[in-house]
Design a protein around this ligand. Structure first.
Ligand code: ATP
Ligand code: MG
Length: 358
């Protein structure tokens, strides 16, 4: 491995987890423009805003910028603002002190602190609540913040990368996004093209994915014919690179009879919108049920962590019966979380949980 790559590997996000550069950027002119700008700004601590539809590679580019920055030995800390319930996001971002609220049995480091001398990647930034937007804006102004329930201010130096598939200017007009925060985070903006705008990159990417999945599934597959590659280049790809990658996974797993293209694969939000258009009120109910379930799951996980996974104590804290908690833990698939949680706790007593965010 070249010397430079070894150096980058000291960070917590090794560079060799990324696709090779020729695959990330390909040869399309749209991506060459992205590459030029990304190369120019990766060494300077300016906030970067990544715009692009779902599956266009925003996270991959954020990791590439981190890996090529002077902060690559620090952590790449991702916060998905849409995936963490609003009630938990503040503590997840900024941490809290013991006793700050009911259930805060010990103090907890926030992700902002974890990103000290590294990169903080705020994914789906448009979903940050207005309240948190102002707290975050304060932090961006001077790098200072307080953990919940803490008097003292802390200072963190980090590189900020934000990503969204929404139009933030429209969000500002609709009153859902603060204009002053927008101007803070939008110092350099990179727009990731849709896969259909970079069709010439598809053959290289498809071959890359095929090799990856052959290794992952320990399976040989037929090379993609010139005709097939030509056909793939002409498609629309609403799910972008993620959809292509899924198609190639099917090709490797199932073989020639698998359809690489299975019709539109909408993104999470599009999917909700699409189904509400076709099925009326039912998806709304489903969404509400899922939101409640997700919230309950996070609260149970927090209570378990706070009680070192003692389920009897956690049940008491949650004011539900022990049997009900056991049932809910199984139902929410939290058992595997316990292993991860305890393992990371043993390795590093101060490391915070990655709880509901991932
Ligand atoms: N240039 C690339 N080369 C190879 N694989 C890529 C590239 N860009 C993205 N991918 C792969 O495509 C998938 C989607 O990428 P990523 O998660 O970065 O997209 P995204 O824009 O963040 O999507 P979303 O908006 O849905 O979160 C991932 O599996 C990623 O590894
Ligand atoms: Mg993403």
């Amino acid at each position: 491995m070249p010397e430079e790559k070894k150096r980058k590997n000291k960070g917590t996000e090794p560079i060799d987890l990324l696709p090779p550069e020729e695959v990330i950027f390909g040869c399309s002119s749209a991506m060459q423009q992205v590459r030029r700008l990304a190369t120019r700004i990766c060494g300077t601590n300016v906030p970067v805003l990544l715009n692009g539809n779902g599956g266009t590679g925003k996270e991959v580019l954020a990791r590439w910028i981190h890996a090529h920055s002077p902060w690559s030995n620090g952590q790449f800390v991702k916060v998905n603002c849409a995936a963490i319930p609003a009630a938990l996001l503040e503590s997840e971002l900024f941490g809290y002190e013991k006793g700050a609220f009911t259930g805060a049995y010990s103090s907890k480091l926030g992700r902002v602190e974890l990103a000290q001398h590294g990169t903080l990647f705020l994914d789906e930034i448009a979903d940050l609540s207005l309240g948190l937007q102002s707290k975050f804006l304060q932090f961006l102004q001077d790098g200072r913040f307080s953990r919940i329930g803490d008097e003292c201010e802390r200072v963190v130096e980090t590189r900020l990368i934000c990503a969204t598939n929404k139009d933030l200017e429209e969000e500002i007009e609709a009153g859902r996004f603060r204009a002053d925060l927008y101007y803070r985070i939008n110092v350099v903006r990179l727009r990731l093209p849709r896969l259909s705008e970079r069709g010439e990159d598809i053959p290289l990417m498809a071959e890359y994915f095929r090799a990856q999945f052959e290794e992952k599934f320990r399976k040989q597959s037929e090379p993609l014919s010139a005709g097939m590659l030509n056909y793939l280049q002409k498609l629309d790809w609403p799910g972008n690179i993620r959809e292509l990658s899924n198609g190639i996974a099917r090709h490797v797993l199932i073989g020639a009879e698998a359809k690489i293209v299975q019709g539109p694969v909408p993104g999470r939000f599009d999917q909700a919108r699409e189904s509400s258009r076709t099925v009326g009120i039912i998806p709304l109910k489903q969404l509400a049920r899922e939101a409640v379930r997700e919230k309950e799951r996070s609260l149970i996980f927090e209570a378990l962590q706070a009680n070192q996974w003692n389920r009897r104590k956690a049940a008491q804290a949650l004011k539900i019966s022990y049997r009900a908690l056991i049932y809910k833990i199984r139902d929410a698939g939290l058992l595997s979380r316990r292993v991860d949680d305890l393992t990371s706790g043993r390795q590093n007593a101060t490391s915070p949980s990655r709880s509901a965010a991932e």
